[in-house]
Unconditional design. Structure first.
Length: 157
């Protein structure tokens, strides 16, 4: 027999029916037991406890003291964009780069968050007027070298 995709089958005995618990006497797993034992929480449908449950003992998560400091609440989210990416994705006729322009050409995810312009690998070939909250020193140098402007946007936060 030639093996083709249309006649492939699993090996004999490789697949078997799932136990259908509590589906009548004919299923072989019906009745009061249904292979779950007798009474109790684990014999009922919808049985289950949360992952940290320790049988009534005080859970470890509540026993261990909470120590240390997390800066997560106070972090400042900054979106970084390279000059190389700006030059590649923004068309030649656009020479004023604002957060709206960056969002339009998918260089940033959120207009409302802070933006930092960093230096790319290649030199800037265009004269650009870029509005951002932060600039790296090398990015400012590259922008000014081509006669462009790096304008800081102030954002209270």
């Amino acid at each position: 027999m030639v093996i083709l995709l249309s006649n492939l089958r699993p090996a004999k005995g490789a697949r078997h029916r799932k136990k259908r618990l509590g589906c009548g006497e004919g299923s072989g797993h019906g009745g009061s037991g249904s292979t779950r034992g007798m009474k109790g929480q684990r014999s009922r449908s919808g049985e289950g406890k949360n992952p940290g449950f320790e049988g009534g003992q005080m859970p470890l998560v509540r026993v261990i003291p909470k120590r240390g400091f997390s800066n997560k609440k106070f972090r400042v989210f900054v979106q970084e964009i390279t000059l190389t990416n700006i030059e590649k994705k923004v068309p030649e006729n656009v020479d004023e780069i604002t957060p709206e322009v960056l969002k339009k050409y998918d260089l940033i995810d959120y207009e409302k968050e802070k933006i930092k312009i960093i230096c790319g690998n290649e030199d800037l070939k265009r004269k650009l007027k870029i509005y951002a909250h932060k600039f790296s020193k090398s990015a400012i140098e590259k922008i000014k070298k081509n006669g462009g402007e790096a304008i800081f946007i102030s954002k209270g936060k």
